[in-house]
Write a protein that binds this ligand. Structure first.
Ligand code: ADA
Length: 575
């Protein structure tokens, strides 16, 4: 299950889930030996979707692995194989034929196979989770970068002319009037020209009908523009959503939008003209039993814990999270920060000049925006986290990314998170600045935040960026669940609670800070590898800065934050 609503009522879709045959291939023999044509006796079966690192013996396995399953077609069919997310490199083979390759990890890709024969078919996926200096993230990153098919694989049966894309855009005036543009791309797999009765509806109410002629084998895009008066606005804490459906009688596609206006005024982020003070946490889409294949049932639990905490915002650290999760945020009026996994604390600036690295980053950015553009909760597109932003290389890398985001979506804010706020050269280039700082943990004591912010505001002003909203996108301290005492020792729950309480006090009394995202919602597995030498302070091989432990049990800090965040719950615009 990847969405909280039904995307297709007419198009037949089947999840190719459950047990797939599985084998690791540490020496990467597969392609050389044409292994895919004769899949060897499987060592084991694994569940799809899941991460293989949650299986016995594979806790640490990084490398190539092969998956195999079969499916049956009752008759000749046009089929679409849709992979919602496969980590790293993915090569897909159908009946021994290479359908294609995808690099990434958190966004979907698909293959359309016209006229697939009736009977049994064999689907093989080669995946490679190896991290290098050209992957994103690179091979030094502070989370465990699992391997596997982490989100559902769908088999869809397509009609001769099918809906290849449904795009919904709008601009809102200062009230409730929206200029809406709906575009539908119809693609023919048929040998004959067809007239297709296209029907567009919003919340089951038909707003456009037309017969579209689609020549054999061609693609036709229909664009419909309308003005809608009195739309209900999506607001923070009060979601209003519209299901938009395109249907041809033989095929259909539903997506969901919400109408809201995002602006920046006097350094503040405004939604529908109203300033919003953002109270947030950083959340990884990760669980010790599931890795990145985080199940929907537990997402609902995370949402409840986040609402209970008094949050009105979440930062999706550090990669595009499940659409199901973002749907839940849409439904609860929670502001979402989305980003790609370019995680930079150990990313040498030379790596960012590599064309392969850059091209992968750009593609990840595009795929994130293409996938999530309709979610009203997404307010920020963030281009990277904690890279070296003190140098020309950062400008060279970031400018094309910022331009690309703006060319694809001018309705949202472009952001990034800096760990060098006092020397950062990117400040004037984006819409919103995120600051990650760990006074009280990596740097001195927590009171240091005050001086850092004073210096930062002066520096931002001098850089011509004094008018930009500033969010504290990361701060916190490790607290080992259950370790409490009378003294606030490092790694105790008491010390963690102290750092977060003091940090929030400083940030909330600074009128130039527009919101806070605590690092982090829950503990996560960290990439602690003896041969890599990073993150030696990650006790238990976890990043322990969660307000909750990895099984979502609260630490002291959770209750401290809940008291602070909820005290402002009635007037979130003002701390
Ligand atoms: C960074 C980073 C996080 C995490 C954190 C920490 O700022 O963005 O992913 O590594 O620090 O715990 O040190």
């Amino acid at each position: 299950m990847i969405r909280t609503f039904t995307e297709h009522r007419i198009r037949q879709t089947r999840e190719l889930g459950g047990q797939w045959e599985f084998i690791t291939d540490p020496a990467d023999r597969g392609i050389r030996d044409q292994w895919y044509a004769q899949f060897p006796a499987a060592q084991t079966n694994v569940f799809v979707p899941a991460c293989w690192n949650n299986e016995f013996g594979l806790y640490d396995y990084e490398g190539v692995a092969w998956y195999r399953t079969t499916f049956e077609l009752a008759s000749i069919e046009h089929i679409r194989l849709l992979f919602h997310a496969v980590l790293g490199h993915a090569d897909v083979y159908l009946d021994g034929q290479h359908l294609g390759y995808h690099y990434g990890g958190y966004t979907p890709f698909d293959f359309v196979v016209p006229s697939a024969s009736a009977g049994k078919h064999e689907l093989i996926v080669r995946t490679d989770s190896t991290l290098t200096r050209q992957t994103i993230p690179i091979d030094a990153v502070d989370w465990y970068h699992y391997g596997g098919i982490i989100r559902p694989v769908e088999l869809q049966l397509l009609s001769g002319v099918y809906i290849d894309h449904l795009g919904i855009g709008y601009s809102l005036d200062s009230g409730n009037r929206a200029d809406v543009t709906v575009s539908v791309r119809l693609r023919s797999l048929s040998a004959e020209e067809q007239d297709v009765p296209l029907v567009l509806s919003a919340e089951n109410h038909v707003f456009h009908e037309e017969e579209v002629r689609v020549p054999a084998g061609q693609t036709v895009t229909v664009e419909v523009r309308q003005t809608w008066d009195d739309v209900r606005l999506w607001n923070v804490g009060r979601a209003e959503l519209y299901l938009i459906t395109a249907s041809t009688g033989y095929d259909d596609k539903t997506d969901r939008i919400g109408f809201r206006r995002i602006e920046v005024k006097d350094r503040q982020i405004c939604i529908n003209g109203r300033p919003v003070y953002l109270q947030g946490v950083n959340r990884h889409d990760e669980h010790p039993e599931w890795g990145f294949a985080f199940p929907p049932k537990l997402m609902k639990k995370d949402l409840d814990l986040i609402l209970e905490l008094g949050c009105n915002s979440v930062r999706g650290s550090h990669y595009p999270q499940s659409p199901y999760w973002i749907d839940l945020l849409d439904e609860h009026g929670i502001v979402y920060w989305s980003e790609i996994p370019m995680w930079g604390a150990f990313l040498p600036k030379e790596v960012t000049t590599d064309p392969v690295f850059r091209q992968r980053a750009m593609r990840m950015l595009e795929e994130m925006i293409e996938r999530d553009i309709h979610h009203p909760s997404v307010v920020f597109w963030s281009i990277h986290n904690e890279i070296d932003t003190t140098c020309q290389e950062a400008i060279d890398l970031s400018v094309p990314m910022i331009e690309r985001v703006r060319s694809m979506d001018s309705s949202r804010l472009v952001a990034y998170a800096t760990m060098h706020p006092l020397k950062d050269v990117l400040l004037p280039l984006v819409d919103v600045i995120g600051i990650n700082k760990y006074h009280g943990w990596y740097e001195g004591n927590v009171e240091g935040f005050q001086g850092m912010l004073d210096e930062f505001h002066a520096y931002a002003e001098a850089m011509g960026a004094g008018d930009k909203p500033v969010l504290m996108t990361e701060f916190g301290a490790a607290g080992i669940y259950g370790d409490t005492g009378w003294e606030p020792r490092l790694f105790s729950e008491d010390y963690q609670a102290h750092v977060i309480r003091e940090a929030l006090r400083i940030f909330r009394s600074d009128a130039k800070v527009g919101g806070t995202y605590i690092w982090q919602f829950a503990d996560i597995r960290a990439d602690l590898k003896s041969d890599r030498g990073y993150f030696r302070d990650r006790a238990r091989s976890f990043n322990n800065k969660g307000l909750l432990n990895e099984y979502r049990k609260p630490k002291q800090a959770y209750r401290v934050v809940r008291d602070i965040y909820r005290s402002a719950a009635d007037s979130p615009a003002k701390p």
